[in-house]
Structures are given as structure tokens and as C-alpha cells.
Design a protein. Structure first.
Ligand SMILES: [Zn+2]
Ligand SMILES: [Zn+2]
Length: 473
């Protein structure tokens, strides 16, 4: 792989289901060491090199994992070779895994490192360009020795277990950098460690309209360090009741008379630039990428692959398809938010009003499995505006939209993200999707289903850059 792109820390992300299986194998309650191999895709990004767990091979004690000649235990040459060939076939990096005693600190031993020096040069040849490495786990810690090449070896910085909640493990407990006193009141709930986690997060927001502008404001005020907001749309007068922080002068400056503005073809501000202004006023140190583009464009989607979380607040089937793929393929927890008013067109009678939040968990909950990506509408959206006009697909009547319906969904989603990313929820809590209806006092709880052969969640899980995203090139 291209080592010039390697800057920043090395991390690995593991789907919760994979980590649970690995934990049960490593920590059997016998106090002994056990072994396994993880096949992981590698994504080189500006925020460091990220490995994504794709396959898990458990070594059977007494067969694949035996007393060592030099160290305590070792994987057999046969098991190593089979796993390395399987990883090479799939274009995955090879990571040997074992466990040491301990709780929140762990390190590879001198024997471990000596065995890497003996074995990894030959393994790198089998892997044909993919990295090779070793991870050692304690109950709540992980350390790693990663060989990008025979000349370049680096230490693992941390591992993230991605599920309904997130768990970050380091080789040893980290020291805190100190929190800005402006966060005093929320630190009393989240702790300094929680605030520290938030300041290191990169979060993507798709859509900067009614819902997206609120998400961006909430995340900026909470102290998220880095936001990437995507929306190609510009402000128009009908957005003023919903886009937070939008000013009338964002449509056209006061000093510019309307006829001259028309003559000059003056354009209103992009919604992402309004979101950026609001975010920077709340937190001047925030890193804010405003992308006036479309998430279905390959180059735009690529800018989200190293996010720690994504919020989907754009209601097209194409955006759903791409963001659902980003979630499973790059192991990024995602929240879809929406608010809807369904009106019977002939009578104008309100049929349903709701705000909805759907958490997407990599490898577990998926918009495709739950039939929330309509293939007919997907095809309609893929057609050009002229084609749609010809086929009379254009929806003549703009959909109803109200700031308070958006706010209910957004507050619920950002709150859920906060508690999930800080590990404040019970790790075994199930994913539920909630619909709030102002006309019904009881919120509706839905249990998402999963199809075990789904090409979108199971098929893409942890594939990273090994599979193209469903975007336009
Ligand atoms: Zn060891
Ligand atoms: Zn699925």
C-alpha cells in the first residue's frame, strides 16, 4: 500500500458482533491465552490509517494454537498460512490476535515481538502488499504491532468497537488534555473524558436544511471537533422558517435592490455556509468542512469515509443508499432523521404526522433490509430532470415541513448519538426505531429486522475501499 499517505494514528474498528465472538473466545474464564486472526481492510485517510474488521478466524486450542518453542503459545504454521492466504485472496490485511491478563493496560511481550521479527517478513510476501500485524487484548485494552512493510512498523493507537454503543480501547488509560471551562455544565453530566471524546470526533451531516441545520448547531455547541456538512442547495425564502441561523440577508444583501440582483443573477447563500457560520460562532475552534455538493458523487462520499458518526437528514432514496453503504462498509454508526406530514391530495386532509429517528448499526441495522430504500423511486431519482419531466414524475406540490417536527427528531437523534458514543448506554441494549406522532400520545417503537443475505449490510460489512460505493462516478 501507499505508505506516503500514512499520517496520524493507526486504529482498528471492529463490528460489535465480531468483537463479542472474539471476546468469548479469548476470555473463556480459564485465565489462559487463546488465539485468533482478524482479516481487515485498510483505509488510508488524512486522520490516520484505519483498519476495518471484515473476517474472524478463531484458532482451536490444541489444534491451531499450541505451546510455543520460544514463547508461551503460538499459532501453528498451518493455521497462519491458511488465514494469510484467505486474507490475501480477499485483499485484507492479516492481524494475529491473542490475549494477556490485565484490565485496562496491555503490551506485547519481548517474545511476541521477537516472533514477529522472525515470521512477518515472509508473511508480508504472502499478503502481497497488504499489511501484517499482531493485536494483544486485555479485558479493556489493546496494543498492536503493525507491519506496513519490512521497513515500516508502527504501533496501534486504539481500537473502536462499533455497535449500538461504542467502546474505545487503548494500550493504557489516556491522560486528559484539559477541558475548556465553557463546557462546565455539560461536563457535569458527560465527564471530562466524555468532553475529550467529543472534541476528537469527526461527524458527517448529509443535508443542511430544516433537520440538518439543527443537527449542525447542536453538535457544534456540544463541542464536536470536526464537522463535514453536505448540501448542494441554496437558501430560499420558504426555508427561513426552518433553517436555523438563516438571515433574510442570506437571500440577498439589503444594499442590493431586487431588480439589480436579478440582472446580476445574484445567488443566495449555500445552506452549508450558513451552517458553518452558526457553528463557528458557537465554537471558533471547530474544524468545519462545508461541501456544496451531492453525497451521491463519488468525490463527496469519499470525504466521509473517516467519520466517527454520520447523520442523514436528506430525504432522497439515493442519499439513503449511499449513506447506508458508508455505514456498513466503513463501520460508521449512523442516525437517519426525518419528519413527515402525509396529506391526502384530493381532500387536503392530514393522514399522518410524525418525527422519526432510525439508528443504523454496522452489520446489524440497515435501511435496505427494512425496505426503506424504494427501488422505483431510486430509478426515478437517477433520471435527469428532463427525463423526469417527460415521465411526469415531478412532484408538483412541495411537501409540508415545520421546524418543531424536525426539532423533535433531531434532539432525539443527537441525544442518542451522545449517549451511544460516550458509552453511557447499556452495551447490550437493542436498537429500536422511534416514531413520535403529535396526534398520538404514545411513541411507536419499531424493531428493525435483518436479512442474513442482504448485499447492502452483510455484503458490504467492513469492506472499506475494496468495494465501490453505490455512487455516480
Ligand atoms: Zn503475548
Ligand atoms: Zn441489509
Amino acid at each position: 500500500m501507499d505508505e506516503s499517505a500514512m499520517k496520524g494514528p493507526i486504529s482498528i474498528r471492529l463490528p460489535k458482533a465480531m468483537m463479542s465472538e472474539l471476546r468469548a473466545h479469548l476470555f473463556q474464564g480459564d485465565g489462559d491465552e487463546h488465539g485468533a486472526v482478524i482479516g481487515a481492510s485498510a483505509v488510508a485517510t488524512a486522520r490516520g490509517l484505519r483498519f476495518l474488521g471484515r473476517r474472524l478466524f478463531l484458532a482451536v486450542d490444541g489444534v491451531d494454537y499450541l505451546p510455543g518453542h520460544r514463547g508461551y503459545r503460538m499459532l501453528t504454521a498451518d493455521f497462519v498460512r491458511q488465514c494469510a492466504l484467505a486474507c490475501a485472496d480477499d485483499g485484507l490485511a492479516y492481524m494475529a490476535v491473542h490475549n494477556h491478563p490485565g484490565t485496562d493496560s496491555v503490551a506485547l511481550s519481548g517474545d511476541d515481538m521477537a516472533s514477529h521479527r522472525r515470521g512477518y517478513p515472509a508473511l508480508l510476501d504472502i499478503l502481497d502488499g497488504s499489511p501484517v500485524g499482531a493485536l494483544v487484548f486485555a479485558h479493556q485494552a489493546v496494543a498492536g504491532d503493525i507491519w506496513l512493510s519490512k521497513q515500516n512498523q508502527l504501533e496501534l493507537d486504539h481500537a473502536v468497537v462499533v455497535g449500538r454503543t461504542q467502546e474505545t480501547m487503548y494500550p493504557s488509560p489516556r491522560t486528559l488534555s484539559g477541558t475548556d471551562p465553557q463546557y462546565d455544565r455539560q461536563v457535569r453530566l458527560l465527564g471530562e473524558r466524555g468532553q475529550d471524546i467529543l472534541s476528537a470526533q469527526k461527524v458527517g451531516i448529509i443535508g443542511a436544511g430544516g433537520a440538518g441545520s439543527l443537527i449542525s448547531e447542536y453538535l457544534a455547541r456540544l463541542g464536536i471537533g470536526h464537522l463535514v456538512v453536505v448540501d448542494f442547495d441554496r437558501l430560499d425564502a420558504t426555508n427561513l422558517p426552518r433553517v436555523v441561523g438563516a438571515k433574510r440577508s442570506d437571500l440577498r444583501p439589503k444594499w442590493l435592490p431586487a431588480p439589480i440582483a436579478r440582472l446580476l443573477r445574484y445567488k443566495a447563500k449555500h445552506k452549508v455556509d450558513i451552517a458553518k457560520r452558526v457553528a463557528q460562532e458557537a465554537n471558533p475552534r471547530i474544524q468545519f468542512e462545508a461541501i456544496a455538493g451531492d453525497i451521491t458523487d463519488s468525490a463527496v462520499a469519499q470525504r466521509l469515509v473517516d467519520c466517527d458518526a454520520i447523520f442523514l437528514a436528506a430525504d432522497t432514496m439515493q442519499a439513503r443508499l449511499v449513506v447506508n453503504a458508508l455505514c456498513h462498509q466503513y463501520l460508521i454508526p449512523t442516525w437517519q432523521v426525518g419528519a413527515k406530514v402525509q396529506v391526502d391530495p384530493p381532500t387536503g386532509k392530514i393522514q399522518d404526522v410524525f418525527s422519526v429517528v432510525r439508528q443504523l448499526v454496522p452489520g446489524e441495522t440497515c435501511l435496505w433490509c427494512n425496505e426503506l430504500i424504494d427501488s422505483t423511486r431510486l430509478a426515478e431519482e437517477a433520471a435527469s430532470p428532463e427525463q423526469r419531466q417527460a415521465q411526469r414524475y415531478v412532484d408538483e406540490v412541495p411537501a409540508p415541513s415545520v421546524i418543531t417536527l424536525n426539532a423533535v427528531a433531531v434532539a432525539h437523534a443527537v441525544n442518542d448519538y451522545l449517549f451511544a458514543v460516550l458509552g453511557l448506554l447499556d452495551a447490550d441494549q437493542m436498537v429500536t426505531w422511534t416514531k413520535c406522532r403529535p396526534l398520538d400520545p404514545q411513541p411507536a417503537i419499531e424493531l428493525p429486522r435483518q436479512d442474513t443475505v442482504c448485499p447492502e449490510c452483510v455484503g458490504r460489512l467492513g469492506m472499506g475501499g475494496l468495494k465501490p460505493l453505490p455512487v455516480r462516478e
